[in-house]
Write a protein that binds this ligand. Structure first.
Ligand SMILES: Cc1cc2nc3c(=O)[nH]c(=O)nc-3n(C[C@H](O)[C@H](O)[C@H](O)COP(=O)(O)OP(=O)(O)OC[C@H]3O[C@@H](n4cnc5c(N)ncnc54)[C@H](O)[C@@H]3O)c2cc1C
Length: 484
């Protein structure tokens, strides 16, 4: 009976998008529902790839009528189980064919795009108008989509000054679980334009960072600003992480840097502290060379207390080809790498860094035994500091690497080490729990980071009721944000 219902639903979906865009083979189903670190508990019944927003709505309506769950997927480069299929009858809704630029409005400075447009495509198109989205994408912007980025919030380029992706959204168009289609912001006014986010309660915000648990984003309107005409770079080496983080928080509060990233090596208690080599990299944008130079003067004063200025090769490289620097998901020496982050207030950054170091120190023997290397990345993202240990170990390629982002097979380092894989995942879970204890906020919560169990009881209850109101059968990305 169940197989008959599935077939009926998939045939109806094939009628909408064409049978070649309803993939049922297990290889596709596994590839599209597994991320870098997680395999789905149950394979989806199909991967459905609509080409238009109307078709997405029709697919959601069919799913609603046929009791099928929907897991939206963009570029597939999140790694917290966000698009893992869950539940007995589920499809992956692949949004990568939704690539229309709907409107670039120079006068009112906004752009409306379909959810499957990549950050790179968006930036290239608005650059032709001399414009930019203030935070213009994550490192994976060559592949990652606007829909994916807004569903879990992204940071990186422009984030020290302008914040995260969610900070620049004016309006959304979303398909809800029952197949209805809603708009938010001033775009929801009958006959209105999507130029302003706040018209009554912030309904746009409801869907940002929802990991697809509340609906499928069809299109988004983002703010634009003039492309800053001047840019310069600076990098500083610090004697300790603590000195670097102190400078980062002061610079974050000053709002003078456009991008701020730092990184250094974790060194165990019996190691050579000089090997930590923390270094901070700044990108500074402004309206004239003089504006940039004055900002840099002040930043040099702050960083120069304990930092030594070095050649800014890293920030130049990052901005030279922002989305192309990421050619492989592997580390430079061909190993698997896993990122686990938390965002904390400026005032807590040093304390939480201390907790991370203490956590690794307590696991130093395991880390050494499994030949695991760890770097700790830091960065200012609007109103907070992102702390992100990166764990590297020998492992074997996953489907997503073999799908084109793993570099050449010979790039893979040595024989996979099962014990190291187990240890790396254990460290990752430990970090997640540490960030929970430290009350950190997260991007890409997906099905990995703590969300509901960290909320106050009343807020959790409201979130659960909101989900129930929008998706009473729990068919929209079951499990995301810990919601059924
Ligand atoms: C090497 C590497 C570097 C990275 N660098 C960064 C970085 O610089 N900054 C950063 O923030 N992140 C970074 N990430 C994480 C990730 O790439 C980004 O968060 C990215 O925005 C994910 O977008 P995506 O299109 O790949 O989304 P996906 O992984 O496909 O999906 C993400 C989530 O959004 C949901 N979703 C996708 N599309 C929709 C839609 N249309 N409607 C509703 N829900 C949807 C999915 O169900 C899932 O829960 C990095 C990852 C890797 C592997």
């Amino acid at each position: 009976m169940s197989a008959e219902i599935e077939l009926h639903a998939l045939n109806a979906m094939s009628d909408v998008v064409g049978s070649e865009h309803v993939r049922r083979d297990s290889e596709s189903c596994r590839y599209f529902s597994s991320d870098l670190f997680f395999e789905p508990p149950v394979l989806p019944i199909a991967v459905v790839s609509p080409a238009t927003r109307d078709d997405v709505v029709r697919i959601v309506q069919i799913a609603s009528n046929e009791n099928v769950s929907i897991v939206p997927r963009g570029g597939g480069l999140s790694y917290t189980g966000g698009y893992l299929s869950q539940g007995p009858r589920c499809i992956i809704l692949d949004t990568t064919r939704l690539t229309r630029i709907i409107e670039i409005n120079d006068d009112d400075q906004y752009v409306t795009v379909e959810a499957g447009v990549t950050w790179q495509m968006l930036d290239e198109v608005v650059a032709q108008h001399g414009l930019r989205v203030p935070h213009f994408g994550p490192a994976t912007g060559r592949v990652s989509t606007i829909g994916g980025g807004l569903s879990q919030n992204t940071v990186l380029f422009g984030s020290a000054q302008y914040g995260s992706a969610a900070d620049h959204v004016l309006s959304l168009e979303v398909a809800l679980a029952d197949g209805s289609r809603v708009k938010t912001g001033s775009g929801a006014i009958r006959g209105g334009e999507p130029f302003f986010r706040y018209h009554g309660p912030d309904l746009t915000g409801l869907f940002l960072g929802d990991c697809g648990a509340l609906g499928v984003k069809l299109s988004a309107t983002l703010q634009l600003m003039p492309r800053p005409p001047s840019i310069d770079f600076a990098s500083f080496a610090f004697p300790t992480f603590e000195a670097m983080i102190a400078a980062e928080t002061e610079i974050g509060r000053s709002r003078l840097a456009t991008d701020l990233l730092g990184a250094g090596n974790y060194v165990p208690p019996d190691g050579d502290a000089a090997e930590a080599k923390p270094a901070m990299h700044l990108v500074v944008e402004g309206y004239s060379a003089r504006d940039v130079s004055e900002r840099l003067d002040r930043l040099r004063q702050i960083a120069g207390h304990q930092g030594k200025e070095v050649e800014p090769t890293v920030p130049r490289f990052l901005r030279d080809r922002p989305f192309n620097f990421l050619t492989s998901l592997l580390s430079d020496d061909g190993r698997m790498q896993a990122w686990t982050h938390g965002i904390v207030p400026f005032s807590q950054a040093l304390h939480v860094f201390g907790a991370i170091t203490a956590f690794f120190n307590a696991k130093a023997a395991l880390i050494a035994r499994c030949c695991i290397d760890i770097t700790i990345s830091t960065g200012v993202m609007g109103r907070g500091v992102l702390l992100e240990p990166v764990i590297r170990w020998r492992d074997q390629p996953r489907a997503i690497h073999l799908g084109g982002l793993g570099g050449a097979p010979e790039a893979w380092a040595g024989t996979p080490d099962e014990a190291a894989t187990t240890a790396a995942m254990q460290l990752r879970r430990g970090l997640r729990d540490l960030f929970r204890r430290e009350c950190a906020a997260h991007l890409q919560i997906g099905k990995f980071y703590a969300y509901r169990d960290g909320l106050t009881e009343e807020t959790d209850d409201m979130v659960r009721r909101l989900k129930h109101a929008l998706d009473p059968q729990g068919r929209m990305n079951p499990g995301a944000l810990g919601l059924g």
